[in-house]
Design a protein around this ligand. Sequence first.
Ligand code: NAI
Length: 328
Amino acid sequence: MTKPVRVAVTGAAGSIDYSLLFRIASGDLLGKDTPVILQLIEITPAMQALEGVAMEINDCAFPLLQDMILTDDLNKGFDGANLALLVGGMPRKAGMERADLIRANGPIFTGQGKAINDNAADDVRVAVVANPCNTNALIAMHSAPDVPNERFTAMTRLDENRAKSQLAAKAGVAVADVKKMGIWGNHSNTMYPDFFNATIGGKPATEVISDHAWLKGDFISTVQQRGAAIIKARGSSSAASAANALIDHVRDWFTVTPEDDFHAMAVPSDGSYGVQEGLIYSFPVRCDGKGGYEIVQGIELNDFSKEKLKVTEAQLLEEREVVADLLT
Ligand code: NAI
């Protein structure tokens, strides 16, 4: 029988994980032949709620679920983990500035990075969802010196999916026809959805959609502000779509990316496209099917795009300043 994959998930009693854990246990993440062990991590006050989630998972009688560990101990939670999905964090409270949120979350990711470093499996791969996810991933990466840097990623796949859905609706085509939807930079309202290099039915999106004012204006702002629009409409933040995007992010990390496509992943910059090395920055990437990926090279960026890349890079540099003391 195939060896089970150990999936450690933080924030396990939270909203996103309520949509995520059942899909992992049912085989949506790793396929229908791979058994899974869920290692569910929460803070102590949320352990009782986590027990309730675990009762529901048990009641699904998932054939692939071999074991489930519930814990508020990071060393136990990340022990032997092949995948570490860092979803839990401190939410933004009324009156909090972005810098306050970054400071409040920073120490969580030094602790988790260290626990991953000391306990996870040699092949561990990390995806950070909790916001500010790029900077949280940066902190975790710096706290895990024995884990190769390229194993740390942050999730911008929800932005890719949002952008694809907007382009498909505007063009009147199926979402599957939209490819090469790159997201650049920070998962925040400065992120840049690059429609210039996107394709629709194999043609440039700018040929299929003639309304270029919409592409440069409402399209970008709709994708950038989609999270806020969902909070306004639903009264709480995107959860099921974030869980779905995380499934896409991890599944596609282990899938060969088709030649005519790429995906958005925030990964450590190697200096490509002039982005400062070491920042966790969203690039178009292609994956090799074995857990490796490369930043796609040779993408043409016009002045409009170059300017957008700089704006979002500047925000990431500012965020890095705020947590500089946690990166030593
Ligand atoms: P939530 O507030 O419903 O759940 C968060 C959970 O994390 C809570 O159960 C809490 O007890 C737990 N938690 C807090 N500190 C923890 C720690 N140190 N260790 C383990 N667990 C901890 O929030 P929700 O809706 O599930 O969102 C989670 C995060 O995902 C938020 O930071 C949110 O901003 C972010 N997010 C990111 C998206 C992306 O595209 N990257 C999209 C949507 C949300």
